[in-house]
Write a protein of this length. Structure first.
Length: 163
């Protein structure tokens, strides 16, 4: 029986709230080590703008400052404040105005912003069907850190004639 003054709906609502709280409490934060410059103003601006979903994956709580994860288990992990890469011969691609250096090792793909300090690193599985949508979904937050350099390719380098 419900306490005096409570209706069946009040009791059901409180039961549902308790179940939701327990379910949330059972989902432990994902342990993600913060990067060296995670406390920078750029990372604070980026972290405040991160979306609740990326490529259809729900955001999860993480332990590190300026970090984020999406999916269950975490299929996409982000860390802001990693060292900015210098010039490289690795693949550099531009997605909606954000330059990313792409590095694949085994079944893991790492995207690192190029031309922004501090840089942001995103790690995901190579075979994920959502991999193409991840840089699109994160672009607006990443743009909170201004770009000072951009990817260049062979077509961007002027050829000089001998003599």
């Amino acid at each position: 029986m419900w306490p005096k003054g409570w209706s069946r709906c009040t009791g059901a609502a409180l039961t549902l709230a308790a179940v939701s709280l327990v379910a949330t409490a059972c989902s432990a934060p994902i342990d993600v080590r913060p990067a060296a410059e995670a406390a920078s103003p750029g990372c604070a601006a980026l972290a405040a703008a991160l979306p609740s979903t990326v490529a259809g994956l729900q955001r999860r709580e993480t332990t590190g400052q300026a970090t984020a994860a999406w999916g269950s288990p975490a299929g996409v992990v982000l860390r802001c404040g990693v060292p900015a890469p210098g010039p490289t011969t690795e693949e550099c691609t531009t997605v909606n105005g954000v330059d990313w250096i792409v590095h694949e090792t085994g079944d893991t793909m790492t995207l690192r912003t190029y031309g922004r300090t501090p840089a942001t690193e995103v790690v995901m599985k190579v075979d994920d069907s959502h991999a193409g949508a991840v840089p699109i979904g994160l672009g607006p937050a990443v743009e909170r850190i201004p770009a000072v350099h951009h990817c260049v390719g062979p077509g961007d380098v002027p050829l000089s004639s001998p003599g």
